[in-house]
Structures are given as C-alpha cells and as structure tokens.
Design a protein around this ligand. Sequence first.
Ligand code: SF4
Length: 618
Amino acid sequence: MYGYMKKLLRVNLTAGTITEEFPDEETLKLYLGGCGLATKYLFDEVKAGIDPLGPENKLIFMTGPMTGTSAPSTGRYSVVAKSPLTGLWGHANSGGYWGRDFKRAGFDGVIFEGISETPVFLVLDEGKARLMDASHLWGKNTSETTKLIRQELGGKFNVATIGIGGENLVKYAAIINDADEPHWGRAAGRCGLGAVMGSKKLKAIAVRGTAKIEVADNEKYREEAKLRFDWVNQSLLKMSLEVFGTATMLDMVNVKGGFPTRNFQTGVFKGADNINGTAINDNILVDQKPCFACPIHCGRISEIKEGTYQSKGEGPEYESLCSLGSMCDIDNLEAITFAHFLCNEYGLDTISAGATIAFSMECFEKKILTLKETENIEIKFGDSDVLIKMVHLIAKREGIGNLLAEGSKKMSEKLGHGSEAFAMHVKGLELPAYDSRAAKITGLGFATANRGGDHMTSFIEGPTFLSMPFLIVDAELSDELEASKEDTKILMDYENAFGVFDSIGGCKFMGMVLTGEDWAKMIETLMGYEFSESDFRILGERIFNLQRLYNIREGLTRANDTLPKRLLEEPLPEGPAKGHIVDLEPLLDSYYEYRGWDIDGKPTSATLERLNLDWVKI
Ligand code: SF4
C-alpha cells in the first residue's frame, strides 16, 4: 500500500507499553486514513457509554495517505476520541507542519489507551518511539512547552501539545501544534480533545524524521500534484485568503445579516470595520503564513506593539473575530487578538471559549447569573477587560471560570431559567460564526454535523455566504433565504466530499478550486489502485455514516439534530434577513430521505449494505 508509512503505534499509558501494528489492505481501502480510519478504530474499540475522560476512552492521532506529499495543502492530521464536550463522536483537525513531520518520523498514526500515573510526553524520532517524563512541563503553556521540549531533545523536533486548559480538563480544550516560531501555532481545536489528552496525563507528542513516503507512480504524482498546485496558486481563493486571511469572510457575512452578534441576538455587527481584514492589515499584521505544501498563506502573524495587550502570535482568524469579538459585542481588535493568543497559549478552542463567554454575558444581562455567582465580576457585553479576565479564569478553572469551562450546554442545564433557548450550541458544541437565519441551508448543516454545531463538516457556509461556486460539488444552491429540497442533497454531497479531505490529510479550502475528479486522480496515482470520482464520493458517505452510527450507539436520535431555540423561533431583528427564522423539520425530512435513513435518522439496512457497513449492529 502506497502513501503510508505502514506503522501505527499503540501506546498504553497505564502500562507504559508501546507496540506497532498496521491495518489490513481492505480496511485501508474502505476508510483510507486520517479521520476515516481513526473513526473505524474508535467504533471498534471504544464501547458506548464510557466516560470520555476515563481510561477506556482512546485518543487517536492519524495522518492521511496524502499528508506530507506534494499535493496542494496536504499537511493535515486528525484527532478522534469520544468528546467530553458532547459525549459523542469527537474530531479535531489541524494544519501547519506537524502532520508532515509526524509522518516523516516514520508513522501513520498513534492510538493512546489508558491513563498515565504521572505526566508524560511521547517522542517519535526517526522510526523509534519512547515515553518521557513531562512533570517539569505540566503547568506550562503551549509555546513554552514547545520551546522546552526542543531544548531538552535538541535538533528539529516539532511538537503538538496541550496547555493548562487541557490539564485542567476544560471541556473545550484544544491541542496546539507548531506553537513556537517560525509558525506560531495551529489548533486541533474542536470537541475538547485537549481535555482527553489532559485526562491521560499526556502533555505532548514531539516528532522528528526524514523518512520518505512511498508513492505508486512518483513522476506522474509529481506532475498531477504540480498541475493542481498551480491552479490553486492562480485562483481567486489565493488572492482573497492571502491578502485578508480568513477575515476576508467577515464583511461578506455581515452584509448578509448573518454575522453573529451579542450571542446571536442580531446578525449585523456595527463595529465590523474595526475588526475586519483591512483593520488587521492596517494595524497588527506582521506576516502571512502557509501550512505545508500550500500556495495560500492564509495564516496571520500579528503583533500588538504597545499598551496593555502587547504581544505577538498567530491569528486572529475569522472565527475568533466573531466568537471573541462580535459575539461579545467587542470591536477592540487588540483585545480580541490578545484573547485569541491567550486561547492558543492555554490550549482552548476559541469558538467554544468565546461563545461560552458571550452566553454568560447574556445570562448576566438577563440576571440569570448574578454578582454573587460571578464573585462581583460584571460580565457585561462590550467589556474587553472582562473578556480577557474570563479567558484566564476558564483556563485555570477559577471562580466563575469553573462553570464556563463546562461549555454552554452544561452551563445552561445548571443555570436553567430559560437559558437553554439562547445557549448557542448543537449537541453541546458551540456554533460557529454564521447565523443560519440568514442562510437557511447552513442550519441543516449545523444540525446534522456529526461532531455538533460545526462549520467544517459541510463547509456549506462557503457557497452560501460567499456566493461562490465550490468545484468539489457540481451543483448550485437556491437563494440563501430559501432552502429547497434539492439543497439538502447538495449539503449531503458536501458533507461526503469533505469527509474524504479529513481522511487524506487535505485542507478543505481546496474544495473551492479542485473537483472530485482532481482528488480521485491524485489518490489513484499516489496509491496505485483504481480510484474513481464515484469511489471518492462513496468513501466519504461511508465515513459520514460510520460517525453517525457511533453517535446512534451513544443514544443520538432525530431530536438531537436540531438548533438552539433562538434560531428556530426568534426572528432576526434587522438586516437583509430581518424577520427570518430556520424552518428545520422539512429540511431534515428530505435530507434523511437522500441519506437513506429512516424517519428517526437511522441508516436503513439497505444503506448499510450499500456502504459496506452491514457489519455494524446497533
Ligand atoms: S489554505 Fe490556509 S489553512 Fe488551508 S492549508 Fe493553506 S494556509 Fe493552511
């Protein structure tokens, strides 16, 4: 099998043992690698109902067969485990260089089991693996941990690590890779997998190596990859993302009235000009960074040169500008950027952290949270100092931060008083920076994403809010305020296609420029067996359904495929989508039908058979 290093590690942290194995050819063909293969392991090896932070959960890091090859933007890796935030299938994905370096160290993935008695970190060095003591690293932030490990080991090690957020089991703790210069950090952010890492007392994974990835037809693969790299390099995508970073989205979403503001109380943010791509470029930007093998430099390096928030680091991205900005009604770019840097240092998901803070601000406004509970902190919308203070308290689980560290779902369950209606999450995962009332089909995407309220599963906000065709799915959506039955099939096609990206190690932005046929061709040339565009789409569908089956085994039903009451019942008060809500149920009906699921959202036996999933018994 080409594209693989043919070595998967199994590290039992309770026993301190490390063994090697590799799946058979049939399993690889059915699940490929990355998120797909990791999900298969999780499904097979982790029983329903276990504690996500207990020894029975497994934490699986997996690269894809394209990770580290010359195809455009293929430096990514996935992490899969049962999520402590949602209690369901959890997945996080990250770019940068760590995925490539992991593979060059000679491995495709690693499965962590059990819990170590004392803090440890794993070292993968030129095909060899060893666990080392991390007691001296416990309590350190991500960039410092990275520096210290590099000093201790010498040489060019790349590190993926948790900060104190993960150590303190913050339910939305992230794993940060490339956390130090020259790349400054990328995050496997969502679903709280940093907390799973913390629960296992696993501080970091350091990797180094020079191993080569075997390709079935090297010369042809180089040609195929170069051709597509050049297309991406000449694309409109590159022009906008490189100049403005992901913040390029901000004005486009705001102008459509879908930029979540004041915890989704409105979709129009008056302070947009103070925090958009132009504001970043004019005030704080010092460099633009690519991930491995990517012609697009969408990463931002920013510096606040003086004042209270003096600092330098990676970001801020579009999502943070919303969650730590407009969601909290803050248009102070320096404060948002500093809060973003803090999240990277503590290892927190900026989306969930910001959304939970915004939720607490609304609870305070509505007197559901009082000064007694907050220990005299006035958690008010628009207060930059409070935003920063809350990030510190969450990461340290101090004071009211201990409650916020549980995420908005658990918080609302504890606080009650109707707060569930405006706790802006799906299945426990806080929603991203798009108000579905201004682009209805995104609501279906957030409701059906297997990891919860997530924008990266279908990436449907791209073609809707950007009004740009994505070549990965050859179909046009209806007007964003009118989702049609056909749109639900298009959404499904996006979900399936992007599931393959997570399994090969690719960046989903490439879905705007390259087609399914492009990816199928590159996969075929890399791996040396016939692989058509139809294989590409079926593979994605199989992986999506297996994730769904994992969740069903955990008790998920149609009732969980929903949105916060605010989006279903509270019309937007202003902007082009004024008066709109999301009418979700009819969309769910037709989506289930296209998926081949029954009325409760469970795959039928015919669907399971068609997808080679008929071995699953639930
Ligand atoms: S488009 Fe941006 S996120 Fe994607 S690989 Fe390139 S630099 Fe990384």
